[in-house]
Design a protein around this ligand. Structure first.
Ligand code: PEP
Ligand code: MG
Length: 607
């Protein structure tokens, strides 16, 4: 069985051992996405939660339905062969054979033939016809005791899920909240699904897919919910109600934990709670290094109600309010008035502390069905952020009107996402000026000094930082995207997550270039990407001379602890040294040494 100390980016691996009580204990290592250790029942979001539509298809459409069905079968076959190959490599050929039955079902002449016949004879859609054929087969299994045949039942169910999932690919899953606090398992969770869960019912998230900076992981962190992603096929191996342990610190999930595993985890939870309590004591203290370099520590919020915890953790403002989540958590555009009320309430909660509102960064993995009618081939490189806003000026202006109206009730800044060129900033500023003018002429009270800044989150923005700095009041570095675009590594793909490195030499150099440009033009520079909460990166960011860190409220105590344990001078020296290195390993070696020396208790939980 694997040990439990796992770092980010490690490929999923599994250990199986007999547990007391007869059920096999399954230990699976994925990617740690949000901290915390929780024990509770599993709640599995199965793709069969898809409601399969039953529609009449005109005769001219029948052949199209049959073609889609064949395509779904072929895609499922490809998927299963891939899983089989991965499994064979990881666990040996014997384990991989379990998928042979699945493949046989896909090729079964009766299953395929009956579905086609049903589409033709009943004039029905393919998903409905396939479901009916499979249901007929499964009804014959109901009273079977034989274990081997029972397993085939599960195989058929799995094939059904996969094929119907493909046929209904574009349809939304119907979300059902767990009835008691549970660990939610799913193959994948979209940010909009994560945003919709009743948080009181969710102890943790465990998904087969996803990376540490996927928006689902970020959302889990802001919700203070432990999460592990990149668990490969674990959601298919767990049933709702199974007892599980989810260790978001180490990136481990245990199904049917044995008594001794539970004892160990109870001990670890106790230790972790103690550390958390210690960290919370820092809430009233400034984020200041031992040699008095003061760093502003602000909160990232994704949903408006997170402002409460931002205040509770002593945030010195909101460094990033991602406004897109309340757009995608509902099924229509929020009105100007609705938005105004939200922004105003957040500003009022923060009092004199500034709130940086990022205008809608929709697109990529943050999709609102009512705004994106056709899927894109490369959504992260597509109609996202400022590109969306400059083509949907109606939506942009409505949001700006709401923000400027709210500016009368606190201190607000506007942040523009996904900038790649100067022209985008000029156009956006022009629209801001028009909106301000209009509001003034309509006699609205607004703040005349609302600052406008940009996200530096594309390689192009870094390379143009000098020119961009002349146009704006501040920079906010978005490392989540900056790393994705620089390293050409999808931030949500667990297969390549080992390439997603905060401390890669090219990232450190890009950060340095951005800070230098900001310094030259005397504008402040902050970081709001998840790199800010990676303990290994904190000392580097201090040494790079960033003015401000913004992160999920519950991560703030840990960041503060590191800031308060080091000197600014030693961090600057560290950066001077690592800027010469050409590999991540060299950089990590020096950083680890410093972190271990200065914060041994934190280092213990993160190594
Ligand atoms: C980033 O890219 O680092 C960032 C903070 O924005 P988001 O995670 O919302 O893309
Ligand atoms: Mg971003």
């Amino acid at each position: 069985m694997e040990t439990r100390k796992v770092s980010d980016g490690r490929q999923a691996a599994e250990g199986v051992s007999p547990a007391e009580g007869g059920r096999e204990e399954i230990v699976r290592h994925g990617i740690s996405a949000a901290p915390g250790i929780v024990i509770g029942p599993a709640f599995v979001m199965r793709p069969e939660i898809f409601s399969v539509p039953n529609t009449t298809v005109p005769p001219a459409e029948r052949e199209k339905q049959i073609a889609s069905f064949k395509h779904a079968l072929a895609e499922t076959r490809k998927e299963l062969i891939q899983i089989q190959a991965d499994m064979s490599e990881r666990l040996g050929e014997d384990h991989a054979r379990i998928f042979e039955a699945h493949l046989l079902i896909l090729d079964d002449v009766m299953v395929v033939g009956d579905t086609e016949a049903l589409i033709r004879s009943e004039n029905r859609n393919a998903a409905w016809a396939f479901q009916k054929v499979i249901s007929n087969i499964l009804s014959g299994f109901e009273d079977i005791e034989d274990e081997y045949l029972r397993d085939r039942f599960t195989d058929i169910l799995d094939v059904k899920k996969r094929v119907i999932g493909k046929l209904l690919g574009k349809q939304k899953r119907k979300l059902i909240d767990p009835s008691e606090p549970s660990v939610v398992f799913a193959r994948d969770l979209s940010p909009s699904e994560t945003a919709q869960f009743d948080r009181k019912k969710v102890l943790g998230y465990a998904t087969d897919r996803g990376g540490r900076t996927s928006h689902t992981a970020i959302l889990a962190r802001s919700q203070g919910v432990a999460a592990v992603v990149g668990l490969e096929d674990l959601s298919a191996r767990v049933r709702s109600g199974d007892p599980v342990v989810l260790d978001g610190n180490a990136g481990t999930v245990v199904i049917h934990p044995s008594h001794s595993t539970l004892d160990n985890y109870h001990r670890e939870i106790k230790q972790y709670k103690k550390l958390e309590k210690e960290l919370l004591k820092l809430t009233g203290y400034p984020a200041e290094t031992l040699d008095n370099r003061n760093i502003q520590l602000k909160a990232n919020i994704d949903l408006p109600d997170e402002i409460e915890s931002a205040v509770a953790y002593g945030a010195q403002g909101v460094g990033l309010f991602r406004t897109e989540y309340f757009f995608i958590a509902q099924d229509k555009l929020p009105s100007e008035e609705e938005q105004y009320q939200i922004y105003r309430s957040v500003l009022e909660h923060m009092g004199d502390n500034p709130v940086t509102i990022r205008v809608l960064d929709i697109g990529g993995d943050k999709i609102a069905d009512y705004l994106h009618s056709s899927p894109e081939l490369n959504p992260f490189m597509g109609w996202r952020g400022i590109r969306f806003l400059l083509t949907r000026k109606d939506i942009f202006k409505t949001q700006l009107r709401a923000i400027y109206r709210a500016s009368a009730h606190g201190s607000v800044k506007i942040l523009l996402p996904l900038i790649v060129e100067v022209d985008e900033v000029k156009k956006a500023k022009q629209i801001c000026a028009e909106v301000r003018e209009q509001l003034r002429s309509n006699r609205f009270r607004i703040d005349d000094n609302v600052e406008i800044g940009i996200m530096v989150e594309t390689p192009s923005a870094v390379l143009l930082a000098d020119a961009l700095a002349k146009e704006v009041d501040f920079f906010s570095i978005g490392t989540n995207d900056l790393i994705q675009y620089t390293m050409a590594v999808d931030r949500g793909n667990s297969k390549i997550s080992h390439l997603y490195q905060h401390l890669h030499p090219s990232i450190i150099r890009f950060l340095k270039m951005t800070v230098d440009a900001a310094r030259k033009h005397k504008i402040p520079v902050s970081i709001c990407g998840e790199m800010a909460v990676d303990p290994m990166s904190t000392v580097v960011l201090i040494g790079l001379q960033l003015d401000e860190f913004s992160c999920s409220p519950n991560m703030m105590p840990e960041v503060k602890k590191i800031i308060r344990s080091v000197t600014y001078d030693e961090c600057k020296m560290l950066v001077k040294r690592i800027l010469k290195y050409v590999t991540t390993e060299q950089i990590e070696r020096d950083v680890t040494r410093l972190l271990r020396e200065r914060c041994p208790d934190l280092a213990m939980f993160h190594e």
